[in-house]
Write a protein that binds this ligand. Structure first.
Ligand code: OGA
Ligand code: MN
Length: 292
């Protein structure tokens, strides 16, 4: 089976065919997938009925073919933390019972509805996230993506020069405090201290540059807090305009991979007390810090 694809928008996304993840993916096919990932940022695979083990095995191939870091482990202080697969579902593990939307786990996960990039609050942020939609709601619960690469290319030269040397401070506790200042306890905050991230990054495979913002970015080092915060909010607002975004409406057994280095994403709300949304995520780490 050869890997084939079709583009989704002019600036991001590809639907990929010719891959059966459950059956196993060859090294040649994986190299094709990594090339598409570097070029199109968002890859959508339909009809991939997979279990946790198959998802983990496929995700590990990113580093096994010689790119990127290993698989991230989930934040220990979260429910079900410390594993290679994150359960983002609104059902109790092991049952099909819906977790009430007011449950603390669901309130915590509602942070995913802000435009963000995964693990930018870690010293070594994520490269790829792989999200498997095992059971999706009939309506709502879409995931939206925004390219900070095309958005960067369209900035004025003056703006690019202004932001090129900047370093932002990304802070998970700051981010979750936007939902509720009491959502994270002191132990959780200690596990995710603020970290520096480059505001502008380049993809090492093709040299294409992008800015790197999103909801975990708190402020800019060396700039008054409110000024830096406003700049980061402005960058996020620029990247999330319609011409830079795509919306994925899930079907059961879709697997979506996104490039956290150059894209933002957010989940959309759905009728959470009525419909199950069973999603599992694996996350491929980066190779090193983006800033000192
Ligand atoms: C994630 C995430 C959004 C969604 O898995 O990292 O932000 O639509 N998900 O579930
Ligand atoms: Mn996310």
């Amino acid at each position: 089976m050869a890997v084939s694809f079709s583009k989704i928008t002019d600036v991001l996304g590809a639907e990929v065919d010719g891959v059966d993840i459950a059956a196993g993916v060859s090294e040649t096919a994986m190299r094709d997938i990594v090339d598409l990932f570097n070029d199109y940022s968002i890859l959508i695979f339909h009809n991939q009925k997979i279990n946790d083990e198959q998802q983990i095995r496929f995700s590990r191939l990113f580093s096994e073919v010689g790119y990127f870091g290993g698989l991230e482990k989930t934040v220990v202080q979260n429910a079900g933390g410390g594993t290679e697969i994150a359960d983002l579902s609104n059902v109790e593990p092991g049952t099909k019972r819906i977790i009430p939307p007011t449950d603390k786990r669901m309130v915590f996960n509602s942070g995913n509805e802000m435009w963000h990039t995964d693990s930018s609050f870690k010293r070594v942020p994520a490269t790829a996230s792989l999200l498997s939609g095992r059971e999706v709601p009939p309506t709502g619960g879409e995931t939206e993506f925004a390219t900070e690469r095309a958005a960067y290319a369209d900035l004025s030269a003056a703006m690019r020069e202004r932001i090129d040397p900047l370093v932002a401070i990304h802070d998970f506790a700051y981010n979750r405090s936007l939902i509720d200042p009491k959502l994270m306890n002191e132990e959780q905050k200690r596990e995710t201290p603020p970290v520096p991230q480059a505001v502008v990054r380049a993809n090492p495979a093709n040299g294409r540059k992008n800015f790197y913002a999103g909801a975990h970015a708190s402020h800019v080092r060396g700039m008054p807090l409110e000024e830096g915060r406003a700049l980061l909010r402005e960058l996020t607002a620029i990247a999330t305009q319609p011409q830079y975004t795509l919306r994925h409406s899930w079907r059961d057994n879709d697997l979506v991979i996104w490039d956290n280095r150059c894209c933002l994403h957010r989940g959309r709300p759905w009728d959470k007390s009525r419909y199950r949304r069973v999603m599992y995520r694996t996350t491929v780490a980066g190779v090193g810090p983006t800033a000192e």
